[in-house]
Design a protein around this ligand. Sequence first.
Ligand code: GLP
Length: 263
Amino acid sequence: MEVIVAGNYDEMSRVSAHLIAKEIKKKHNLVLGLATGDTPIGTYKELVRIHKNEGLDFSKVTTFNLDEYLGLAPLNKTSYNYFMWENLFRHVNIHPGHTYVPQGNTEDPEEFCTWYEDQIKKAGGLDLQLLGIGRDGHIGFNEPGSSLASRTRVKALIKITIDDNAKFFDKPEDVPRFAITMGVGTIMEAKKLLLIANGKKKADVCAKFIEGPVTSQITATALQLHSHATVVLDEEAASVLSRREYYNWVRDNKHMVQKKIGR
Ligand code: GLP
């Protein structure tokens, strides 16, 4: 796992957006997995800037979002679908038919989840999946105890997640108790993973998922088993990592590897 410690939230956002932009430039029809929450807002802003100022082309990109609250219609202002349109889709030249977000108000969630997995397969699989992390260590809405082999399904949310996400709703009791989420197994099949986190409140969980043992109690620890996972943290989220100096040394001396292999 490559750990990049950025100075602050803006730098974390710039670094992650540039990693995504690089993949889009390499493969114009990239299949890109997307995340929601406060953390990726800066990354999306930077992607929009790169699109507007440098012509980053989304016209052939297909996106799949990690999750959606069960029961919310796509146009509901607190839905993740709405969030994606507000923060990214409407600002870039992506084809609306190429944007997939789980349908929160589906009549048959089980059937929908199978369909969603099929669409990812039909698109050729996820090339790059962007992830945030919950304070309980979840990726998507894969709460503690989720199987590390799980597929897209309905998951009940735990209290800490409901409390944290209350900031997006008028009243705490409006936060849905269930969500549709890609499984950890679904996420792990992406060719590359990029997890971003910022702020003091994420420091403990970041140390646990990067440096602690792999466990279904902290589903982000599954990233340790992925062959191409990158984590971008700001200083605060990285503040209790025990091998911080090592990560910084690697970041600052990467050019030495390139020299050694003669690039
Ligand atoms: C929700 C989402 C996660 C996200 C997490 C963190 O639970 N399902 O995908 O990573 O929130 O949110 P924030 O970025 O607001 O801290």
